[in-house]
Design a protein around this ligand. Structure first.
Ligand code: M6R
Length: 610
């Protein structure tokens, strides 16, 4: 993963590098570092852990210099120590790197035979030594960088500065993103346009295989066979404003509470204000109408949005849907139907596995559609048809508002398609559209009514070592999402299952030490089956938290230990509204445990390596 930035500035760049790294910290927070040129010499400051540690060090020992690079790390090769923190450097060159150098061991071996001394366990250090080796043989910096780049295998983006070269920044992109920013007398490189938005709105996204020589006068881009190439410079729509927590203790809690507004914004972008009907882009509906099959691919929470959408597309629009996690799909060599549509769901729009799955489907002739939150992301740029979720920046590592706005968008798409293909009649369509229009207000009501009771339940559950989540039909993916939320931020082992699978294995885990969350609204057609699962759990000493409505809670109240009881919810929109209690539960259990909710251990917001 990792975020990289480079600046050729007019004044000292260290503060600008740190500000840029703050906007890249979603890509990793194991360590951070910067390097600048001071009187032509490379100087570095690096710190283990979050960016705040680097800021403290820089406060005590500021770095001067108008040329610099910076890095925020998610460790791949080598523990998250200060020694392994980027930039990696020799006396001649400093480098920051996002990605993995797959042939680093072989290169390291070769360089060690040439008497290079390695000081870190990283793959990145070979780049610094390789460039230095070529420079020692008489090559100029750009030539040496090119020679080194020709030797590297893997997916990476890089930024390099050179001792004595005050007006030079070299960048390269192969598989992971890199953008060039054009300022007034200043030039920039960064992993994304979001990092550069406070500095410039003029952005050029490099393509795979591109290399770039940046000076204060501009940027010259070359393909990897050294052919000069022009790439579009666009004006970014990213906001340069800083995203704060406001009065909230964590970004995650703020983002949970933003859901009524952002679901409303997303919905409004698809509602015809005159008729109240759902309208989706014609090219999206036309492609789906003709498609023999829809293939939906994503990772993590976004994959659970695909799981929910499969029910919607199949039940309402009668369109066959295949879903898969991107990391499996991309290597599966799946045969895809002629005229098929492949739909990719991603908050960041940068998840590498999802992107590679997209590229596979493109090669196989599918129409590429995406549901993305981050504007100008790579997935957006490589899609034929894009539907935006209007969740706004999501900073907490645990996805919340991105998920519910993905569900909102996919519900609108499935409904609009069913109307177009005549699979639902006018009355059914109007009823479902109305159910969707009520979601923002119902979201606000669920959050308002249940936050405090959920805190009480969390205080009873936070010491659990394991938890199980069960749901059926549209609420099976919500059970999976609830378990994922809990494990990633509280580190409690949790699994989500289709409730019907209980007797096929998970029931063996049930005893008085394993709390069981059952998501089963009373007006769900599958409620009676879920009710049996509750009885079977209780019969084996399990303690149940039931998330249901008045009807469901009334029927099971003598058997369950805790309940969260929502008002009436139309079955079509249940997955959106029943997600809210599992988000709150995970959040308050984590807060009660005292874990780092927004930046949990080992994770990063955006997974840009495989
Ligand atoms: O940016 P993406 O939506 O492509 O990210 C996919 C997953 O990495 C992401 O949903 C992850 O599972 C979250 N941490 C879950 O909360």
């Amino acid at each position: 993963m990792c975020g990289i930035i480079g600046i050729l500035g007019e004044k000292d760049v260290a503060p600008l590098l740190v500000e840029g790294l703050k906007r890249l910290e979603y890509r990793g927070y194991d360590s951070a570092g910067i390097a600048t040129l001071s009187n032509g010499h490379i100087q570095r400051c690096r710190a283990k852990g979050k960016l705040a540690n680097l800021e403290d060090k820089l406060g005590a020992q500021p770095l001067s210099g108008t040329t610099g690079i910076g890095h925020t790390r998610w460790a791949t090769h080598g523990a998250p120590t200060e020694d392994n923190a980027h930039p990696h450097a020799t006396e001649k060159v400093a480098v920051v790197h996002n990605g993995i150098i797959e042939n680093y061991a072989q290169l390291k071996d070769e360089l060690e035979k040439l008497q290079c001394r390695f000081e870190t366990d990283t793959d990145t250090e070979v780049i610094a030594h390789l460039v230095t080796h070529y420079m020692t043989q008489g090559m100029k910096p750009q030539e040496a960088a090119n020679a080194a780049l020709d030797r590297l295998e893997g997916a990476f983006s890089l930024a390099l500065i050179f001792a004595g070269e005050h007006d030079l920044l070299i960048g390269a992109r192969q598989g992971t993103p890199l953008a060039v920013g054009y300022g007034e007398g200043e030039m920039y490189l960064a992993s994304d346009s979001y990092a550069l938005a406070p500095l410039t709105r003029k952005i050029c996204f490099l393509e795979d295989g591109d290399r770039v020589k940046v000076t204060r006068d501009g940027a010259q881009i070359y393909t990897n066979d050294n052919t000069p190439v022009e790439r579009d410079i666009r004006i970014t729509a990213q906001s340069g404003a800083a995203t704060g927590k406001g009065a909230y203790k964590h970004f995650m809690l703020k983002e949970i509470h933003e859901q009524p507004a952002v679901i409303g914004d997303t919905l409004n972008s698809f509602i015809n204000p005159a008729t109240g009907t759902i309208h989706m882009p014609d090219d999206a509906l036309a492609a789906l109408e003709k498609a023999p099959r829809l293939t939906m691919i994503a990772c993590g929470t976004a994959f659970y949005a695909c799981m929910v959408a499969k029910y919607w597309f199949e039940q309402i629009a009668r369109l066959p849907v295949e879903i898969d996690v991107a990391s499996e799909f991309r290597y599966r060599e799946a045969p895809l139907p002629e005229g098929g549509v492949a739909l990719f769901v991603s908050q960041s729009g940068e998840t590498l596995d999802t992107l590679e799955a997209l590229r596979y489907c493109k090669r196989e002739g599918q129409t590429i559609m995406s549901v993305v939150n981050t504007i100008e992301s790579t997935i957006e740029r490589e899609s034929d048809i894009v539907l935006h979720t209007l969740a706004g920046p999501e900073i907490g590592v645990a996805s919340t508002k991105a998920f519910t706005t993905q569900l909102t968008t996919l519900a609108c798409l499935a409904l609009a398609l069913s109307v177009r293909t005549g699979k639902v009649d006018e009355q059914q369509a109007a009823e479902m559209a109305e159910a969707l229009r009520h979601v923002p207000a119902q979201t606000a009501a669920v959050l308002g009514d249940h936050e405090s009771p959920v805190q009480d339940i969390a205080r009873e559950l936070f010491e659990a070592k394991d938890m199980l989540y069960f749901g059926r039909g549209l609420l099976y993916p919500v059970a999976m999402e609830g378990a994922l939320k809990l494990k990633e931020i509280s580190y409690i082992h949790a699994e989500g299952y289709a409730a019907g699978e209980m007797k096929h294995g998970p029931i063996a885990l049930i005893d008085e030490h394993v709390p069981v969350v059952v998501i089963a609204p009373g007006n769900d057609p599958l409620f009676e089956k879920a009710a049996s699962n509750v009885q079977e759990t209780v019969a084996r000493g399990g303690e149940v938290l039931l998330i249901s409505d008045e009807v469901g809670t009334a029927q099971l109240k003598d058997h369950i230990k805790w309940h969260i009881t929502l008002g009436d919810v139309h079955p079509f929109v249940m997955p959106i509204l029943y997600t809210l209690p599992v988000q709150l539960l995970a959040y308050y259990i984590a807060v009660t445990k005292g874990t780092d909710v927004d930046q949990p251990r080992n994770l990063a917001k955006s997974v840009t390596v495989e």
